[in-house]
Design a protein around this ligand. Structure first.
Ligand code: CP
Length: 324
């Protein structure tokens, strides 16, 4: 669990990596001779590619595991897959899995077996997506304080998180990250996708954490009505609606969902002037976000989020590599 200084260290490093000119030589020698393996047991476009680009920009070698064409289909276990990459010399394993807690369990198992390998969580089940929350934080901090994007930029601000909170690891990680910065968080969605218990989300420490390193967190408030949730907020994060939720009758249908919870230019008028909208991607156009808003780079920071994924993941790989 990160404290404010840890978050600031990542943001500061990411800002330095972001400042490297986009043309000309971009590789830094920091991870020369190190091997990073990306073990994605679930699909990904943004997270996998940006971790791999980040590793290469730090001069690391990259081994990319593709489950469908791997020995996994012959029955090799997840642990044996990780051990295979460790035997090839991988010191940093970037792991995405549909099971909550898998990257942490893998890290524990490897440590118990005496391997000096760091495991980075690239999204696990419903549990967390830490690098996404960090890039969201970076994007918001750069928006509000372009000269010095730090946690302080979010203190006293209000951010609405809208949509399928229940099934979102991004929302959970953002709750920890934004509240650590001192932001107030408005959670908004229908009760099937946002149970009342989320009002107390920050009261229970995650497994393995006894104390909170953040002395005073921002508040969490629940809303069912989008107009109320957006009133006066500084920024909006909307989440991907997994379409099977409609098939499972958690929402009536996608059109009704868009009418009730879709973010549009008109809806943003409730927010503070110029408030931006973020989305982790992939986006269901005209479900959680209108196509018109998605195409407006003044208000919609989706592309900036994607590009910020690289310096944030460079910072994470760099920091972890220095602990080994
Ligand atoms: N935001 C995110 O995790 O996207 P990908 O699934 O494409 O990695």
């Amino acid at each position: 669990m990160l404290g404010q200084q840890d978050f600031d260290l990542v943001l500061e490093l990411a800002e330095r990596f972001q400042a490297i000119p986009s043309r000309g030589p971009r590789r830094l020698p920091a991870l020369q001779g190190r091997l990073v393996a990306t073990l994605f047991f679930e699909p990904s476009t943004r997270t996998r590619s940006s971790f791999e680009l980040a590793a290469r920009r730090l001069s690391a070698d990259v081994a990319s595991f593709a489950p469908a064409s791997s020995a996994l289909v012959k029955g090799e276990s997840l642990l044996d897959t990780a051990l295979t990459y460790a035997a090839m010399g991988a010191e940093l394993l970037v792991v995405r899995h549909s099971g909550s807690g898998v990257p942490a369990a893998l890290a524990q198992a490897l440590e118990a077996m005496g391997h000096k390998v760091a495991v980075l969580n690239a999204g696990d089940g419903l549990h967390s997506h830490p690098s996404q929350a960090l890039l969201d934080l970076f994007t918001l901090a750069r928006h509000f304080a372009p000269r010095q994007p730090a946690m302080q930029a979010l203190a006293g601000r209000t951010v609405a998180i809208v949509g399928d909170i229940l099934h979102s690891r991004v929302a959970r990680s953002n709750l920890w990250a934004l509240s650590a910065a001192g932001a107030t968080i408005h959670l908004c969605g229908p009760s099937a996708l946002l149970p009342d218990c989320f009002a107390d989300f920050l009261a229970a420490m995650p497994p393995g954490c006894d104390t909170d390193p953040v002395p005073q967190r921002g508040e969490v408030r629940l809303f069912r009505n989008l107009e109320d949730a957006l009133t006066g907020v500084d920024a909006v994060i909307t989440l991907r609606l997994q379409k099977e939720r409609a098939q499972r009758h958690l929402i009536p249908n996608l059109e009704d969902y868009h009418r009730a919870y879709g973010i549009t230019h008109g809806r943003l008028e409730r927010c503070r002037a110029g408030a931006p909208v973020l989305h982790p991607g992939p986006v269901n156009r005209d479900v959680e976000l209108s196509s018109q808003l998605l195409a407006d780079p003044q208000r919609c920071l989706v592309n900036r989020q994607v590009s910020h994924g690289i310096p944030i993941r460079m910072a994470l790989l760099y920091l972890l590599a220095t602990t080994l």
